[in-house]
Structure formats: structure tokens, C-alpha cells
Ligand binder design. Structure first.
Ligand SMILES: Nc1ncnc2c1ncn2[C@@H]1O[C@H](COP(=O)(O)OP(=O)(O)O)[C@@H](O)[C@H]1O
Ligand SMILES: [Mg+2]
Length: 225
């Protein structure tokens, strides 16, 4: 089943002499449950694509459908609600709130959505991400790997159907990197989610079901592993 469809997606920044065509007519279809790695040189348009897939930014032209919803046809307010419920975002830098505990950081998106806290799900998530023993710690009391696992928990708490990660292990040493990747793969599988991850690490890309290579704003190759 197709969960995500991209049609003729184009994004340009700036104008005149300073105009940059970051994405040029990209077409793409992603199936539910797929783990897709996006690779390519720096400045090739990977983050631009990921942001557009997640409804974080608006395209210059073209369409993105998530679960058959034409997301850029939604009004700004509806798009932000749709995004909060359907898309989980993970970045290289964890962006945790320093004065909130692990548990409070993870619960934040659920509270923003005025959701009743599903205690059992929170507990399951903390256990899956091996954070149960750290749930009351503050971010500065955690290792980089634990901080990233907390940001993964925050991305998953609203049970999004799509998880987008932009170099999630880019700031971690190899041991933490491996651990975070394993736990992320385990979680998305457990919660039946689709994972799209930008990485510059070939070993990580090879663990995906599919690797898309972006160069100069276009899809250069798209291979099933
Ligand atoms: N907000 C922005 N304003 C102007 N140019 C941008 C902006 N964001 C990205 N770009 C440009 O778009 C191109 C693609 O950037 P990006 O998607 O961040 O690439 P990648 O993630 O592959 O490194 C680059 O040339 C970059 O300089
Ligand atoms: Mg980038």
C-alpha cells in the first residue's frame, strides 16, 4: 500500500542571481512499512526533500500526498495538525527542552495535541527505547545516545504513520550510533511505521529496504537492497 506520493516536486530558494533550485521535478512513491535511506552529497537537496515530505516547508510547485491527503492543499493550521498527528521528525541535534525530564520531553507533542496520555503506550515506548531507568533525568544528565533516543520517543509518541530522520546518528560515536539505529528500526517495526532516513553512512544505508540517491536536486538512483 502506498503511504506517500510525490509528484513533480520543485523547490527553489531566493530569486534572480541568488536563485537556488534545490529540488527539480522529483517523483516518488513509498510503500507503508518501507525503510528508505536517502543519500547524496552535501547540498544536493536531501534535507529540502525531507522537509517537504513532512509538511515542514512549502514547495515551489508539485504535490505531496500522505495517506492520499494532498498536504499542501491544507490550510496552514490544518497542515500543522496533520503533521503533528502523522509525521514524526528526528534531527541530528536533539533539540530537547533542557528543563524537562526525559518523560516530559517525550510527552510534549501529545500535550500540544491535547491528547489524553496513554500511560501504557508511554511505558512501552520508554522500555522499547531503553529509557525506563532514565525517565526522570534531565537531558544534560544523559549520554548523546540517550538524548537521541529521547528525541525518537518524542517523535513516536503520537504514533505517526511516517517517521522522517535527518542524519539521526550524525552526532554520535559508532557505538551509540549503532544502538540508536537498532532501536529506531525496532520501534518503527513494532509500531508499523514507515521510516525515511537521510544518512551519509553507507553501513546504515545498506540496512534499509531501499536507497535513494539525490544529486543536484534530482533522484540519481533508486535501488531496492
Ligand atoms: N533556507 C534556504 N535558503 C536558501 N538556500 C537554501 C536554504 N536551504 C537550503 N538551501 C540550498 O538548497 C540546496 C540544498 O540544500 P539541502 O536540502 O540542505 O541539502 P543537503 O541536505 O543535501 O545537504 C543547497 O544549495 C542549499 O544551500
Ligand atoms: Mg541536510
Amino acid at each position: 500500500m502506498e503511504i506517500l506520493k510525490v509528484e513533480n516536486l520543485t523547490k527553489s530558494y531566493g530569486s534572480g542571481e541568488a536563485k537556488v533550485d534545490a529540488l527539480k521535478n522529483v517523483n516518488l512513491s513509498i510503500k507503508k512499512g518501507e525503510f528508505v535511506a536517502i543519500v547524496g552529497p552535501s547540498g544536493s537537496g536531501k534535507s529540502t526533500l525531507l522537509h517537504l515530505l513532512g509538511g515542514v516547508d512549502r514547495p515551489t510547485s508539485g504535490k505531496v500526498y500522505i495517506n492520499d491527503v494532498d498536504i499542501y492543499n491544507l490550510k496552514e493550521k490544518d497542515l500543522s495538525i496533520f503533521r503533528r498527528r502523522n509525521v514524526g521528525l528526528i534531527y541530528q541535534f536533539y533539540n530537547l527542552i533542557p528543563v524537562l525530564s526525559v518523560k516530559e520531553n517525550i510527552l510534549l507533542p501529545a500535550e500540544l495535541d491535547n491528547r489524553k496520555i496513554d500511560k501504557a503506550f508511554l511505558d512501552d515506548l520508554l522500555k522499547t527505547l531503553v529509557l525506563k531507568e532514565r525517565e526522570n533525568h534531565l537531558p544534560n544528565e544523559l549520554s548523546g545516545g540517550q538524548q537521541q533516543r529521547t528525541s525518537i520517543g518524542r517523535a513516536l509518541i503520537n504514533r505517526p504513520s511516517i517517521v522522517l530522520a535527518d542524519e539521526p546518528t550524525g552526532n554520535l560515536d559508532s557505538k551509540n550510533s549503532k544502538e540508536v539505529l537498532e532501536l529506531l528500526k525496532l520501534s518503527v517495526k513494532k509500531y508499523n511505521q514507515t521510516l525515511i532516513m537521510i544518512t551519509h553512512d553507507n553501513n546504515i544505508a545498506l540496512q534499509a529496504d531501499r536507497v535513494i540517491t539525490i544529486e543536484d536536486g534530482i533522484i540519481k538512483s533508486d535501488e531496492v537492497i
